[in-house]
Write a protein that binds this ligand. Structure first.
Ligand SMILES: Cc1ncc(COP(=O)(O)OP(=O)(O)O)c(N)n1
Ligand SMILES: Cc1nc(C(=O)O)sc1CCOP(=O)(O)O
Ligand SMILES: [Mg+2]
Length: 209
C-alpha cells in the first residue's frame, strides 16, 4: 500500500471534551493515518482511548498509529511512530511484524532517514517546517532539504510542524506524501470545520475520498 494523504495526530489537551467527535469528523473527511499522541503517563486511559480509536479507525478503514509506545501498538495490533529517543526500530519491527506501519522521526537529517529505511521503517518524518504550537521547541527543517530527501529516498515522506491549509502546498510540491497535522486540523471551532479541513488537505494532495 502506498502511504499518501492526511496524517491526523491527536492532542489530548486540544481535544479535551470533544476527542471522539473531532476524530470522527476528521475520519469522515478522509484520513490515511491517525496517530494517537498522548504524552501523559496514565496507561489505563491511554489503553482505553487507543482501543476506542482502533474501533473508529476500523469503521473508516484508516490505519491507527500509536506514538512512542511499541508495546501498546503490539497489544492493539496497530502501527507505531518512534522518535530518535523512543527506542530502536529493528526490535519494533520484530515485535510488530512485517505488515505493521512503523514511522521514524528524522528531524531534518536525510542520513537518519536512510538509516531508518535500513532498519525497516515504513515512512520517515521530517520537521518541523513551520512554527508549531503543539511542539514549539522542535528543530527546523527546510523545503530544500525536503526536495533532496525526495530525490534520495524511496520511502513515503511525512512532513510535520505547524502545517495548515494555507502553507501546505509547497510541501506537497517538494515531495511530501503525508501531511501530519494537529492544530491545523483539530484547532477548528466545529466538527463540520474539521471535516472541511480534512477534505481540503486531501484536495491538496489530489486524493479523492
Ligand atoms: C508523524 C510524526 N512525526 C514526528 C513526530 C515526532 O516524534 P518525536 O520526535 O518522538 O516527538 P513526540 O511526538 O513523541 O513528542 C511524531 N510524533 N509524528
Ligand atoms: C509532534 C510534533 N513533532 C514535530 C517535529 O518536528 O518532529 S512538530 C510536532 C507537532 C505538530 O503539531 P502541529 O501540527 O500543531 O504543529
Ligand atoms: Mg516520540
Amino acid at each position: 500500500m502506498k502511504l499518501r494523504g492526511l496524517y491526523a495526530i491527536t492532542d489530548s489537551q486540544l481535544l479535551a471534551g470533544k476527542f471522539l467527535a473531532y476524530v470522527e469528523a476528521a475520519l469522515d473527511g478522509g484520513v490515511t493515518l491517525l496517530q494517537y499522541r498522548d504524552k501523559s503517563s496514565d496507561e489505563a486511559r491511554r489503553l482505553r482511548e487507543a482501543e476506542k480509536l482502533r474501533e473508529l479507525c476500523s469503521r473508516y478503514k484508516t490505519q491507527l498509529i500509536i506514538n512512542d509506545d511499541a508495546e501498546l501498538a503490539a497489544r492493539l495490533g496497530v502501527g507505531v511512530h518512534l522518535g530518535q529517543t523512543d527506542g530502536p526500530l529493528t526490535p519494533a519491527r520484530a515485535l510488530l511484524g512485517s505488515r505493521a506501519i512503523i514511522g521514524a522521526t528524522c528531524h531534518s537529517q536525510i542520513e537518519l532517514a536512510e538509516q531508518a529505511a535500513k532498519e525497516g521503517a515504513s515512512y520517515v518524518a521530517f520537521g518541523r517546517f513551520f512554527n508549531s504550537n503543539t511542539k514549539p521547541g522542535a528543530p527546523a527543517a527546510t523545503l530544500e532539504m525536503l526536495a533532496q530527501a525526495r530525490a534520495r529516498l524511496q520511502l513515503p515522506i511525512c512532513v510535520i510542524g505547524g502545517i495548515t491549509l494555507e502553507n501546505a502546498e509547497p510541501l506537497v510540491a517538494h515531495g511530501a506524501d503525508l501531511l501530519a497535522v494537529v492544530h491545523g486540523l483539530f484547532g477548528a471551532d466545529s466538527t463540520q470545520e474539521v471535516t472541511r479541513r480534512a477534505r481540503a488537505f486531501n484536495d491538496l494532495l489530489k486524493i479523492s475520498v
